[in-house]
Design a protein around this ligand. Sequence first.
Ligand SMILES: Cc1cc2nc3c(=O)[nH]c(=O)nc-3n(C[C@H](O)[C@H](O)[C@H](O)COP(=O)(O)OP(=O)(O)OC[C@H]3O[C@@H](n4cnc5c(N)ncnc54)[C@H](O)[C@@H]3O)c2cc1C
Length: 424
Amino acid sequence: MKSYKVAIVGAGPAGYFAAQALQNLATNEFAFSIDMIERLPTPWGLVRSGVAPDHPKIKSVSKVFEKIANTPEFRLFANVELGSDITIDQLRERYDAVVIATGSPKGKNLGIPGEELPGSLSAATFVPWYNAHPDFKDEKFDLSSQTAVVIGAGNVAMDVARMLALEPSELDPTDTADHAIDALKESAIREVVISARRGAEHAAFTSPELRELPKLEHTNVVIEPEDISAAIVRAGDEIEKDTKSNLDAMTVIAEREPTSHERTMRFQFMATPIEIKGDGKVEEVLFRRTGGDETFSIKCGLVITAIGYESPSLEGIPFAHGKVVNDEGHVDGNLYVVGWAKRGPSGVIGTNKSDAADVMKLLVSHLDSPKDSGDLTEIITHEKVVTQLHWEQINAAEIAAGEPLGKPRKKAVSREELLNLGAL
Ligand SMILES: Cc1cc2nc3c(=O)[nH]c(=O)nc-3n(C[C@H](O)[C@H](O)[C@H](O)COP(=O)(O)OP(=O)(O)OC[C@H]3O[C@@H](n4cnc5c(N)ncnc54)[C@H](O)[C@@H]3O)c2cc1C
């Protein structure tokens, strides 16, 4: 029986689904031992630090991840970073194959004047802040103005807008970071404008998320009926199924009677942001009507852009256009890539499963004789490696701390706190 060693870098959905695919591909003739490396003291990637805390059902996929991890040939090495604790060459020398699954954590910029003003930020900063990502715990946002603008027409923009527009006590029974719940309870924001450059027929929202919006108990959700009727005309008879389903969901919202709630989330279409203005901080966003000359502005104190993500480069790995350069997931030699680092920031959690399975089939087809050249344990020099057992302790402690508060978990926020929970 041949046994191959595979290192997977990044413990998000793509990393776990790659591990699962290898477990499924093992036969009586060959098996895999998998070492998963994660820079944070906690695994699960964006399932922990991206997915909105008011959508807890989506996070139940973590049960699948834990099943994958609880197999004899799987080891977790969390709190270990590729690039600072270990290098790609060290991994490539020791493992039969190395799989990059590091995601796309960097927010894309609009590239317009004023974007650098305080009060203008990316969803890539705001989302991990409210989700208790240790690297963002000290971020501070000015939530003292009446209006916030969220630029983008995808589910991340919708998550951000919803988090700003919902009644913050609705977050009490969720795993939102305590610092975020406290700040949102103090927030003066009462109107959130979610602004799309193109028409509603091009929006990348998905219809289940749109259909959830009217269920918000304390927020008025507004879509102008004319925006949707114009979109339906532009989409024409050959309309795609997903677009139709989105427009149907938006029609339901547009046709609702306005409510008297204090908080409003308003959709704006066909608006291209051209400048963010303000004296030392954001005071307004200037837009041009897309496809025309008319300009208009919205006074606001906070602008959050959610227009996509990219991967920062890692030494020794070829990157272009915010992704790892690859051919169907193969980079070169024994190096592979899966998930958002491979495809860019598109697709839901499940998309990473079929994608990783295809790449792992390719990987297996390239395997030769197994290497006998050591593993990670001889490279890592610090003693604070979070293994699966440590992580299980952290996980259990967070869940136990949440229980009396009616939360699925109370997240520890700093690295020190997390390591303490794991008795490290
Ligand atoms: C805000 C937001 C909300 C979302 N909501 C949903 C939703 O509701 N439903 C849904 O289906 N999908 C949702 N998605 C999409 C889903 O999260 C992605 O499809 C999925 O997480 C991508 O998986 P990944 O493993 O490629 O990347 P990630 O989940 O980002 O995982 C990458 C992992 O690699 C680690 N890493 C990075 N660099 C290094 C390094 N140098 N060394 C070691 N480790 C490293 C990171 O810490 C991270 O844990 C959402 C995405 C975002 C951004």
